[in-house]
Design a protein around this ligand. Structure first.
Ligand code: ZN
Length: 353
């Protein structure tokens, strides 16, 4: 007599379990700004630029895959606040070889070498070497090869190897699996894992600059980096990159470095025009996001940072900027979607919860 209700209860709970599993398996992604400082100066504890893209499903909190785009000062500290240890990062992508975008990478790799030398290597994806007309070469490959030279030269690597033998003898650089790609104006796929695809385009800021797009079943995000227009100064149609705009067509989220128009040469900030002109303005980014059909625009690498009265040596005409000033600038460009004015650890989830 008692077995039948029990069986019904079992079937009922089985149905419930399967329903829960199906709901848990829904794909999702989280885009988090791991640092929002604009350029090399330091201000108010902001970490250097970086974006973490996590992808997975509801059951693993969208975290089966963890991709880091740029790794500025303090990246490991921000990742620690997200409970993402260095060992869990699957791949690192660099937009360009400027210190503010790479300062935190040696820290991340030293820790990974220290505690997870036996684990998988980290894919590092960046542009192939570019020789410039000025006689120097921008080389991500050399940056990686010499990543921990100072730790090797100081004797630290040998000292730590003498303590724990199962660390890689070459030091942190030996834990990198480097993947470089030739600069191209058309999007090219540079990295894949399962149904996640990362594409890149060449963009202008300095030689070897690249912008990325991540496509997943849960949505897509473009990480523009410090991209600007190929035409380096006015007259030009926009301060934004046409290549990035092509890459961003139909993307859900655009994450992009932004300079506020108030820093322009016409406003007397003292910032040298070439520095102003090699970034995209918040207004032009708003216009680009509108044309691309993006739903969310995340402004990061803010020049100037919120609340700063100076940007490095330069003053902010009219005083410190607030979130509303950046939002207004992006709205002035015609964008009517969601605007996130970047602060460290600001996140967007797709789909929204
Ligand atoms: Zn930068």
């Amino acid at each position: 007599m008692k077995r039948r209700p029990f069986a019904i209860a079992l079937v009922a709970s089985g149905v419930f379990f399967l329903t829960t599993l199906a709901a848990d398996a829904a794909p999702c992604m989280i885009v988090t700004l791991t640092g929002t400082m604009g350029g090399p100066p330091e201000f108010n504890g902001l970490a250097g630029p970086g974006t973490l893209v996590r992808y997975g499903d509801d059951a693993n909190n969208c975290s089966a895959l963890k991709l880091q785009f740029d790794a500025g000062r303090g990246t490991v500290m921000r990742l620690s606040q997200l409970n993402v240890p260095p060992a869990q990062v699957n791949a690192v992508f660099f937009t360009h070889m400027h210190s503010d975008h790479v300062d935190g990478f040696a820290d991340l790799m030293q820790l990974r070498w220290h505690f997870n030398s036996k684990g998988p290597k980290v894919d590092v994806v960046c542009s192939a070497d570019v020789a410039t007309a000025l006689g120097f070469t921008i080389s991500c490959q050399k940056f990686i090869a010499h990543l921990a030279d100072s730790y090797v030269q100081s004797g630290e690597i040998a000292q730590r190897l003498s303590e724990v033998k199962d660390r890689l003898p070459g030091g942190p650089a030996e834990l990198v699996h480097l993947l470089t790609f030739p600069a191209k104006n058309e999007p090219q796929v540079v990295w894949t894992s399962g149904d996640v695809k990362v594409s890149a385009v060449r963009s202008t800021h300095i030689a070897g600059h690249a912008s990325y797009r991540v496509d997943t079943p849960a949505g897509s995000v473009v990480i523009g980096g410090d991209a600007g227009n190929d035409t380096f100064a006015p007259p030009r149609s926009s301060s934004t990159s046409e290549e990035v705009e092509t890459l961003a067509k139909g993307a859900d989220i655009i994450v992009h470095s932004a300079i506020h128009p108030v820093m322009g040469p016409d406003k007397n900030s003292g910032m040298p025009p070439p520095i102003f002109f090699q970034q995209s303005t918040a207004s032009d980014l708003g216009a680009m996001a509108k044309r691309a059909g993006a739903k969310h625009l995340m402004l990061t690498h803010l020049i100037p940072p919120l609340g700063a009265v100076r940007q490095g040596p330069w003053t902010i005409p009219g005083g410190a900027l607030k979130e509303a000033n950046y939002k207004q600038a992006a709205r002035d460009g015609g964008f009517t979607g969601d605007i996130v004015v970047g602060t460290d650890l600001a996140s967007l989830r797709l789909p929204a919860k």
